[in-house]
Design a protein around this ligand. Sequence first.
Ligand code: KG4
Ligand code: ZN
Length: 360
Amino acid sequence: MTTTCCTLLALESSCDETAVALLRQDASGTRVLAENLHSQIAQHAEYGGVVPEIAARAHLHYFPDLIRQTLSEGGILMDNLTAIACTTGPGLIGGLLVGSMMARAIARREGLPFYGIHHLEGHLLSPRLGTLPRSKPEFPYLVLLASGGHTLIVLAEGLGQYCILGRSRDDALGEAFDKSAIIMGLPYPGGPVLERYAVKGEPDRFSLPSPLIGSREKADRMSCDFSFSGLKTAVARLWQKLPQMSETARYQTQCDIAAGFHRVVSKILCNRLENALQRFRVRYPNHGTHAIPVVFVGGVSANQILRNALEGLCQQKSAQLSTVPHALCTDNAVMIACAAFERIQANLSPEPNHNPARPR
Ligand code: KG4
Ligand code: ZN
């Protein structure tokens, strides 16, 4: 397929965002023609997390209007599309099936190629999108991906060539943020709330554990694995032991715990990224003095406190950190389009239309 001018409609529905994006790629670069997203946060907030059945029904309800609206805002008719892309996994099976069936139905009716995209590939390729006003990371680069479902360090060696250097052995980092917030009576999603509280907190008041960090075991010195469930449990123990307090004291305590939480998470992320940088240098000894490209992606990467900590480490270790604008950190369809464009450019064939959605 030629990339002279390619107009792509992309759908994302792997969790609790119903997202549609329309992008065009031509000789002048890649542009987002229109983008719409319905966040279901309000529908799930009272349950303290995403309810799969509610999510699937909401995707079914919102997609048709969002697709129509996006095409109309972009001034594009179905006939003008070159391809359709949609997340086919991993994620919640109901939402994946809704998005994928809808996208496949449009593709079949319009006779267009369908690109089934891996959600995490969308996240990790998103900093390469040509429209972003920052330097594009070139392969090979390191990826720190932290979302509500995954925490991974990946060595992206080329398109489709991803080597997982480490992952969380238990809770994902976003999950630890969400659960810790709920424990302290704060709303879902916990990440942005804890960040706001942390800014007003005193990180030294409470000490929280940093599991797996500081191990003297030789085998662990280069480890890029994470463990966050102990951190959440420590927050729960701390919270349960606190005496009765006034509203003001309770608020300050929430801020102080949030600040301590951020301090420990920054330490863990920096420690594991430092190990990953060492492993990168071993794998690519000829990289020499060039700065190692590192991208921080996924919902948690919207966090400015964590970004600053990682930025500090990267400056010390001659690495170059890239992040994406906040709207591209959390789930969105632009990153799915971005991954599809890369596949089209690389002449990778579209996925056969009969492939099912893959929850894992
Ligand atoms: O990537 P994402 O939108 O969905 C998944 O693929 O999971 O990530 C959602 C996660 C939630 O756990 C949310 O609490 C977290 O990203 N998050 C944040 C921030 N904004 C969203 N975590 C920390 N700080 C933030 N500012
Ligand atoms: Zn995600």
